[in-house]
Design a protein around this ligand. Structure first.
Ligand code: HEM
Length: 512
């Protein structure tokens, strides 16, 4: 009897030991990556420019999951569709937090919900945003998007050389209309728009990896330094106070209009009704603005570059527009179903050169195991979206080239999308529970702007003194959290004799 009991105890102890040893060996098995040096790990091996290209190279050496120790911060970079979808989509319950960014949280008082943890408060704010921006609700903004396209064409006719300024104005103006119900801004010099753009810029800098030493684990102690000792704290805290006053003013204006019984339907009014707290409502509203304003205009800059480098794609799109829309009128959203090539162009520009080639980082909130590797709690997770978008196994041998036809079937209709891309065909809108909540608005804006641009203009390379085209290098980037092409110029010339009359009429019809 005693020997049986002892045998059972022995088996239990051995099993316990084996499980513990297995867990220990799994825990020590972090994914592979470049060997770092003690304490600071891979900090000084991190590429200072075009990290997505370097990670793409590293993946050939280390495989689809790279582990980096960035001065004590566990970080993984995922480089395949499967790894990204397995973790960020299928295990979204533990992969949806954001890294805790000290300076960004000071700048926003922790109120910018695109950068907060995926807790109950975030869920509520995200639900509110989804109600205002989902596929059906997004249709309410069609008239505003068409109006912005009209103004954009008009300004391009007058000053084609500053085309990116016109894209920026259109993007800022539309987002202000959607969020605060503002009428279209004819130039971006409105003081509040300038102030918001300045704030947006500060946030983008604070969110870009490695902008401040205090963000690295071994330098976290710096966050306890008093105000008088560090400029970054003073600047961020002062900006938060200044910005809060301005943002409360914007939401208070909306509240006044609601109180006066005006029929104002914008995101801020819906948020004010739900939240009932001016300070909170004002930050919830601006979180949507800052996430949406820079991205669309950056994506349009890449579109212009694609048109210069791939003139055959431009001709095919113009051919479709001439057949469906003709030259007597401007395109509208009513043409949407009949313009599959333009819709494929939208998908392709987001695939070929998305403005977020490294995505927006997520944070793992619990220890996890994947493919035999241990992934510790608090790991920062990047997806090298660039690698996913240039995967020849998925997009074919011409993955490096801009080719909207890859999204069309033999009859020229849009094909069903590549699995795990939520029907987009690409990953530029992110993953899991944090997937871009404004993607319907973004797709619609890109569709109508691109249709207008190609209906009205030929977009060509400039030529040098010998008549040779000056082609931009699409591997030169203007880096930051939003990645744009390095500055380039192009020739934008009207395609139709009477384009300016049609545009003038469209302006008049809209009371502009
Ligand atoms: C071409 C345009 C756009 C691109 C490429 C884009 C891309 C992204 C990406 C990559 C994310 C992070 C996803 C993740 O963490 O996995 C994101 C989040 C977000 N986007 Fe967009 N976006 C665009 C336009 C917009 C617009 C127009 C709006 C609003 C009007 C918007 C609102 C948001 C918000 C609020 C979030 C935060 C979601 C969260 O953290 O839960 N975006 N977007």
């Amino acid at each position: 009897m005693w020997s049986t009991v002892l045998l059972y105890i022995g088996v239990i102890l051995i099993t316990f030991r084996v499980v513990k040893t297995l867990r220990m060996s799994l825990r020590s098995k972090l994914p592979p990556g470049p060997t770092g040096i003690p304490i600071i790990g891979n900090l000084f091996q991190l590429p200072t420019s075009r990290p997505w290209l370097v990670f793409d190279e590293w993946m050939k050496q280390y495989g689809p999951i790279i582990y980096l120790n960035i001065a004590g911060q566990n970080t993984i970079v995922l480089g395949t569709h499967k790894a990204a979808a397995d973790l960020l989509d299928r295990r979204a319950n533990i992969y949806s937090d954001r890294p805790d960014l000290v300076v960004l949280n000071l700048l926003t008082g922790g109120m910018h919900w695109a950068w907060t943890q995926a807790d109950e408060s975030w869920k509520k704010k995200r639900r509110e945003a989804h109600e205002a921006l989902n596929a059906q609700a997004a249709k309410e903004y069609f008239p505003y998007q068409e109006t912005e396209s009209v103004i954009m064409l008009d300004q391009l006719l007058a000053h084609p050389e500053i085309f990116t300024d016109h894209f920026q104005r259109a993007s800022t103006s539309l987002t202000l209309t959607i969020v605060y119900g503002w009428p279209p801004l004819l130039d971006s010099a409105h003081p509040n728009a300038v102030h918001i753009d300045q704030m947006d810029h500060e946030l983008l800098v604070a969110a870009a990896p490695g902008s401040f030493w205090v963000e690295f684990k071994y330098f976290r102690w710096m966050k306890y330094l008093p105000r008088w000792m560090c400029a970054w704290r003073r600047n961020a805290e002062d900006a938060f106070s200044r910005n809060s006053v301005m943002l409360e003013g914007l939401s208070a204006d909306v509240q006044k209009q609601m109180d006066a019984g005006d029929n104002i339907t914008c995101v801020a009014s819906k948020i004010l009704q739900n939240t009932g707290n001016l300070f909170e409502a004002s930050w919830n509203s601006i979180s949507i603005y800052t996430a949406g304003a820079e991205t669309t205009s950056g994506q349009l800059a890449w579109f212009m570059q694609a048109m210069i480098l791939y003139p055959e794609a431009q001709l095919l799109a113009q051919d479709e527009l001439d057949r469906v829309v003709g030259s007597e009128r401007l395109p509208t959203f009513d043409d949407y179903e009949h313009l599959p090539y333009i819709r494929a162009t939208v998908k392709e520009i987001l695939r070929w050169r998305g403005v977020s080639p490294l995505g927006i980082p997520h944070r793992l909130s619990e220890d996890d195991y994947y493919e035999g590797y241990f992934l510790p709690k608090d790991t920062t997770c990047f997806v090298n979206v660039w690698s996913l978008h240039h995967d020849t196994q998925v997009y074919g041998d011409d993955a490096e080239h801009f080719n909207p036809k890859r999204f069309l079937d033999a009859n020229g209709n849009l094909q069903s999308s590549i699995v795990d891309t939520k029907d987009e065909g690409h990953y530029s809108y992110g993953f899991g529970k944090r997937i871009c909540v404004g993607r319907y608005i973004a797709n619609n804006s890109l569709f109508i702007h691109i249709a207008f641009l190609l209906w009205a203009f030929n977009i060509k390379a400039k030529v040098d003194a010998d008549g040779n085209p000056i082609l931009p290098d699409s591997l030169q980037f203007n880096e930051g959290l939003i990645v744009r092409p390095a500055p380039f110029s192009c020739n934008i010339t009207p395609r139709k004799m009477d384009a300016s009359e049609i545009i003038a009429q469209a302006k008049a019809d809209r009371g502009l």
